[in-house]
Every structure is written in C-alpha cells, then in structure tokens.
Design a protein around this ligand. Structure first.
Ligand SMILES: Nc1ncnc2c1ncn2[C@@H]1O[C@H](COP(=O)(O)OP(=O)(O)O)[C@@H](O)[C@H]1O
Ligand SMILES: [Mg+2]
Length: 212
C-alpha cells in the first residue's frame, strides 16, 4: 500500500523555511511525487483563526501558557484533518514549522518546561513525528536582513528571545541527530535547496520510493 512521507522545516523567522519548502516541493512534484505543502500555525480550517490570535498584532497579548495551548490546539486539528489524511493518501507532506518550533519558541523563547512541552506535543500529534526535519541554521543578524518589513507579534520580540530559540534548535538537532538535519542556511538559495533535495532523495531511495 502507498505510504506517504512527512518532512518538516524549522528555523527562526527569515531563515528560509517557506522558500525551501516551496523549492523542495517543486522538485518533488517534478520528480513525480504527490506533494502537500502545509504550515503551522494555520494549516487547518479553524487553525487559521488560531493563527490570527497568535500572530496578529491587533489581537490580545497572550501569556506563554495560552500561546502553548493555542499552538497545540492548532496542531491537533492540523494533524488529524490535514496531515494524517494526506499521508494515508500516499502524499509527501512538507510542513513549515511543527513540534520543534514549540520546543524552541515556547520552551527556549518563553521559558516553559521542556519536558512538559514534549508531552503536550506528543498528546497533540498522537506521536506523529516527521521522518526528517530540516533545521535552517542562520545567525540572527542574517535572518533580520532577510525578514519582511511588517513583523508579526512573535517576530517582533527582542534579540535575546531569538538567541534562546537558536540555542534550543541547536540542542534539538544534537538530541535527535537521526531526524533533524542542521542545514547551514547562510549560503545561496540554490545551494541550500540542493542540499535539502539531496537529503530527501537519499532518504526516499532508502525508504523505497514512498511505496514501502
Ligand atoms: N539562502 C538564501 N539566501 C538569500 N535569501 C534567502 C535565502 N533563503 C531565503 N531567502 C529569502 O529570505 C526571505 C525570508 O525567507 P523565508 O523563506 O520567507 O523565511 P522563513 O519562512 O523562514 O521566515 C525571503 O525573501 C527569501 O526569498
Ligand atoms: Mg515563512
């Protein structure tokens, strides 16, 4: 039976997640795979409302725990209604942000307990973990240069917040070396995309072309 594959993209804002998701998705489609590009927060129907509460500057300021629970509610619905059905249909799912963002932002950034976050992640996802995660590692100064002009509520935080997030991402990459591939994102677009596509290609070849 066809079996899909699940890959995620992680990194601070401006690190290139959305662009690399697009470029690797394009390559996969050209290679003949059926691909779903999706994102968190906001990858499902009411998740898009949750995304507005989380990121829209005109919505109320949220405490760290409110933020954690909203991201998790968004994820629970996204997994059940979007990701799992796509995987069951044999698609390759490329997700812009997933569980590691919560560890990095609500753990590293906001200081919530790391083990608790991992438990909530497991609860929200029913244990669905990406097969590969591309962590786009980029110094904050470089990311700032690439960021869009109109930053959302979370992107507006100060430098210390983002340095903690980068530290958390690097720790995660060390903790899960089989799953999380740290990519040096401080390189030109074609090089970064090429590296990611070659990792995916090697993984799929080993996994049997998505039809295990
Ligand atoms: N390797 C790269 N070199 C130069 N510019 C890049 C690179 N990767 C992405 N960009 C550009 O930087 C900006 C932020 O990238 P984006 O994919 O939106 O990041 P993210 O989704 O992580 O916030 C975009 O304008 C994008 O085209
Ligand atoms: Mg993006």
């Amino acid at each position: 039976m066809a079996k899909g594959h699940f890959f995620s993209f992680e990194g601070i804002d401006g690190s290139g997640k959305s662009l690399m998701q697009q470029l690797s998705g394009k390559w996969l489609k050209e290679t003949g795979y059926s691909v779903l590009l999706t994102k968190e927060p906001g990858g499902s129907d009411f998740g898009r409302q949750i995304r507005n509460w989380l990121l829209d500057k005109s919505s109320a300021a949220l405490s760290a725990k409110e933020e954690l629970l909203l991201f998790s509610a968004d994820r629970a619905r996204h997994v059940d209604l979007v990701i799992k059905p796509a995987l069951a249909a044999g698609k390759i799912v490329l997700c812009d942000r997933y569980i590691d963002s919560t560890v990095a932002y609500q753990g590293g950034g906001r200081g919530l307990d790391r083990d608790f976050i991992e438990s909530i992640n497991a609860f929200a996802t029913g244990g669905l973990v990406p097969e590969l995660t591309f962590y786009l590692d980029l110094p904050l100064e470089q990311a700032r240069k690439r960021q869009k002009a109109n930053l959302d509520k979370i992107e507006q935080q100060n430098g210390a917040f983002f340095h903690s997030i980068i530290d958390s991402y690097r720790q995660l990459a060390q903790q899960y070396p089989q799953r999380i591939i740290k990519i040096d994102a401080n390189s030109n677009i074609a090089d970064v995309a090429e590296k990611i596509c070659r990792h995916i290609e090697a993984y799929l070849a080993k996994a049997g072309n998505g039809h295990e």
